[in-house]
Design a protein around this ligand. Structure first.
Ligand code: DP6
Length: 363
């Protein structure tokens, strides 16, 4: 496992390159087997796989121009939905500083980043995945524009995924449309702990149009961030069996994805979601992100499935919101059920209708 993107040669001739801007729209993703626990520099304790979404995305514009000061430090103005946001700005400066060995030109310009989500942030819709993947793509676009070093699309995506991972682990999977997996696994060629790889070619048709409606049970800020949650895995006595279980579930899930076995897929998705939250509850200190309505929706989804025999399943991210997973062919039955039985349990009756997406686009 070695891939070194450190490159001191990526310094621009500032008499020739003065200003520019890049904009990427990058989606969020929903992990079926979850990444929960990390070590070293953003390396996962177990492999994970996700659906890249379509409608839950971040738009990020990176503008650069001449530096105002002669200091080495990163010069950044950050706007979130057109408002200055000092808290995010601080996080981003830290991130850009941390990748300045990969992109030394970050010290040569002044930057403005403007970002906005299509969904509420910190609501468990993995906004860090869309935000950090969009930013990583902007950085790779800038490198390629100035140095022409990432002309090969495969290399471009690989580097973007690597850099996105350094910003937020789950972000490395958002670089690819369809399904993307992250984490070294003997049975998946080219898989790596350092970046995600696309996993759509091997997948049965039924999963290419899968739906993932996000039921917004609560859109308030999370009480414990994912980063803090990962850290709590270090002293969790269930950590070792959990990582082993994730590996086994990956193996079973990859087979279900290949064969189109929706039932096995759904069972794994639900068990993974509940295991993730069980890990939070079993952490020290213990915490809980699900809400009473999260549990009520889970019960109603299971009752619906028992009654109708239709393949409607749920997943959860690190938050109270429910992701409803189902194949396209049952949408006309699911929609009225969601409307009458589930939406009344959501905050302001809100949901985001989403499905498997095609991945990021440069705007
Ligand atoms: C529950 O990627 O947000 O969504 O690497 O610390 O930024 P950091 O964590 P993050 O963790 C996401 C965890 C998850 C599961 C998953 O997406 O695999």
């Amino acid at each position: 496992m070695s891939l070194d993107y450190t490159n001191p040669k990526l310094l621009a001739d500032t008499s020739k390159v003065e200003t520019g801007e890049f904009t990427w729209r990058s989606p969020s993703n929903l992990a079926i087997v979850k990444y929960w626990g990390k070590h070293g520099r953003q390396l996962p304790r177990n492999p994970s796989i996700s659906f890249t979404l379509e409608n839950a995305f971040t738009d990020t514009r990176l503008e650069f121009g001449p530096k105002k000061s002669s200091e080495q430090s990163i010069e950044l103005d950050f706007f979130f939905h057109d408002e200055p946001n000092p808290a995010f700005q601080k996080k981003l400066v830290k991130f850009l500083e941390s990748v300045s060995d990969i992109f030394p030109f970050l010290h040569q310009f002044a930057f403005t980043i403007r970002s906005g989500n299509s969904f509420p942030h910190s609501a468990g819709i993995a906004s860090s995945a869309s935000a950090m993947s969009a930013l990583a793509l902007c950085l790779c676009s800038m490198e390629d524009e100035i140095f022409k070093t990432l002309q090969d699309d495969v290399e471009f995506d690989k580097k973007a995924s690597f850099v996105a991972r350094l910003g937020s682990g789950s972000a490395c999977r958002s670089i690819y449309g369809g399904l993307a997996m992250w984490g070294q696994m003997g049975e998946v060629e080219n898989s790596s702990d350092l970046y995600a790889v696309p996993y759509s070619d091997e997948t049965h048709e039924v999963f290419k149009t899968f739906h993932d409606d996000i039921l917004l049970v609560s859109t308030g800020e999370k009480s414990v961030s994912s980063t803090a949650g990962h850290a709590l895995m270090e002293d969790n006595i269930y950590a070792a069996p959990r990582f082993q279980q994730a590996g086994q579930r990956m193996h079973n899930l990859l087979e279900a994805l290949r064969t189109g076995d929706v039932e096995t897929f759904g069972n794994i998705a639900e068990n993974e979601a509940l295991t993730l939250h069980a890990m939070m509850m079993a952490s020290n200190p213990s915490y809980m992100l699900i809400e009473p309505n999260t549990v009520e929706i889970i019960k109603r989804v299971r009752a619906y499935r028992a009654e109708t025999k239709e393949p409607l399943y749920f997943s959860l991210d690190a938050g109270p919101n429910i992701h409803l997973l189902y194949p396209e062919e049952i949408i006309h039955n699911v929609a009225p059920f969601v409307e009458s039985q589930l939406l009344p349990l959501c905050q302001d009756g809100k949901m985001i209708q989403d499905w498997v997406g095609e991945g990021p686009v440069q705007v």
